[in-house]
Write a protein that binds this ligand. Structure first.
Ligand SMILES: *Cc1c(COP(=O)(O)O)cnc(C)c1O
Length: 500
């Protein structure tokens, strides 16, 4: 393809992308293809000769589009949002156009410098203290691929720091701390690094938050048997229920355990710190005063298309001490002089995508006010949904709604005063039937979870085009399916009872 052919193909691509966005609302959210569908359409080997691009572009529409789940659909409420914006898409397009691996300052000064500046902007947006800023030169921010990569990098850094401060410690005694609600990134990091992990149990009546006593007990019992807890992954906004670990409590305990690194994983909820009214609830003061590292994904609820995981550390030397390997061909005048950031030493790979461009475009396009407005709108929409659930006869909230996430299930109101309430197992069975019905639909998408044995359904708001109408419609669908589920389930139970 030459430059003029690219111009033409690109105009067409943009036209088709616009048509896609116009048509989004009419599409089903969920793809209806069966596993292996694509093999029927795509040859087993690549073509011998190059093909005409128009044919390739048309095949994207014909074969790929039907296999897509539409995360930007206004009725997509599953997992977590991946709110995507045209500003971000354009940033990504420009970034692809230079295909720059930006691993050190010299490899493309703009890549490093823009990332350092935009990460300071993002820190400012969220209210992070200057301890984390690139400008101040001690801490700093870096864009990673995912929150899982961010956590892995931080665990590597924390391990290196611990071993430097405790040269006699044995690696096999080191233990990572998580809770039973921590994202699987904790166990994944432990698996990759061959480390032990202790998952501290958190309770429903504590809103699944880690509190002082549970943490202190774990640390004390491990100290007695010579285990060395070196990092705690705390969560602000857990994946299952939006639970927020009590960072004020954790800070109190951490004062007595100075070699425990505290990483705050706020992959989903962290962007809500952009609104001052949520900073207290999300423990911003504690993050600022003692957390060693903090991560939030702008590619979830932060209007930037995947991938854009923002990681800040209080001391950048902990990253570079753990990850700096500099063969001769990577040495540069500025790197040797220490006058520039070499981001290759702040993550696992050497090369890196030019992600700061899309974050820069989005933050400029929306401004702080626009960004806050979007976050507030999502939270208001979720509150509307939670209120509907709370007022209904069939459904009830399992936990307090968290920002833009509601976790609920069917708990039928008792028909008669003295009717015995349903057992946990029966309620779980009923809710599985309910979720089975919901997930058989194509016009809405939600996900299931289990909280300490309670089977529940999650609704996460965040697609940029979701409005009040979509929330009302979602509620109508959910309540209709809940009624059907109760009916079907009663018939089954009665049927079994008659046979018995
Ligand atoms: C989504 C999520 C993750 C995982 O994010 P990736 O960027 O896909 O690794 C981790 N922690 C929390 C709390 C999340 O919500």
């Amino acid at each position: 393809m030459d430059i003029e052919q690219f111009r033409k193909a690109d105009y067409q691509a943009i036209d088709r992308i616009c048509d896609y966005y116009y048509s989004l609302q009419e599409r089903s959210v969920i793809s209806t293809v069966e596993p292996g569908y694509l093999r029927k359409h795509i040859p087993l080997s690549p073509p011998g000769e190059g093909e005409d691009f128009q044919v390739i572009a048309d095949d994207y529409q014909k074969y790929i589009m039907p296999g897509l789940t539409h995360w930007q659909h206004p009725s997509f409420f599953a997992y977590f949002p991946t709110a995507c914006t045209f500003e971000g898409i354009l940033g990504d397009l420009y970034a692809s156009s230079t295909a720059n691996p930006g691993f050190n300052w010299s490899s493309s000064p703009a890549c490093t410098e823009l990332e350092a500046i935009v990460m300071d902007w993002a820190g400012d947006l969220l209210g992070l203290s200057s301890a984390f800023s690139n400008q101040a030169g001690v801490g700093g921010g870096v864009l990673q691929t995912t929150a899982s990569d961010s956590a892995l990098v931080v665990v590597v850094a924390a391990r290196a720091l611990y071993m430097r401060d405790h040269p006699d410690a044995k690696l096999e005694d080191l233990v990572m701390y998580t809770t039973t609600q921590t994202h699987s990134l904790g166990s994944k990091a432990a698996l990759v690094l061959g480390l032990q992990v202790r998952s501290i149990e958190v309770k429903l009546d504590h809103g699944f938050a880690l509190r002082e006593d549970a943490l202190r007990d774990a640390l004390e019992s491990d100290a007695k048997i010579g285990r060395k807890p070196f990092i705690l992954i705390a969560t602000v906004g857990s994946t299952s229920s939006g639970a927020i670990d009590n960072l004020a409590d954790i800070r109190k305990v951490a004062e007595d355990y100075p070699s425990l690194w505290v990483h705050v994983d706020a992959a989903w909820a962290g962007v809500a710190l952009s609104c001052p009214e949520y900073r207290c609830e999300l423990y911003l003061d504690d993050i600022n005063s003692f957390a060693h590292s903090f991560c939030t994904n702008f590619h979830k609820w932060g209007l930037v298309n995947f991938d854009c995981s923002a990681l800040w550390v209080r001391d950048r030397k902990n990253l570079t001490n753990a990850l700096d390997i500099t063969p001769i061909f990577l040495r540069t005048k500025h790197g040797d002089a220490g006058t520039v950031i070499d981001y290759r030493n702040w993550h696992l790979g050497l090369g890196r995508r030019f992600r700061s461009l899309k974050l820069w475009f989005v933050l400029r396009g929306f401004g702080v006010a626009g960004f806050q407005q979007y976050i507030r709108q999502c939270i208001a929409l979720n509150q509307k949904f939670a209120n509907l659930v709370d007022a209904s006869d069939e459904l009830s909230l399992v936990t307090k709604p968290s920002l833009a996430l509601t976790v609920f299930r069917i708990v039928p109101k008792l028909q008669e005063e003295n009717q015995p309430s349903l057992s946990l197992d029966s309620l779980n069975d009923l809710n599985r039937v309910f979720f089975g019905r919901l997930s058989a639909r194509h016009d809405i998408m939600l996900t299931q979870t289990s909280l300490n044995g309670i089977f529940c359904v999650r609704l996460a708001v965040g697609a940029a085009r979701t409005n009040e109408g979509h929330i009302q419609e979602a509620y109508n669908i959910i309540i209709e399916e809940a009624k059907f589920a109760v009916q079907t389930w009663e018939q089954t139970v009665n049927g079994v009872a008659t046979v018995g």
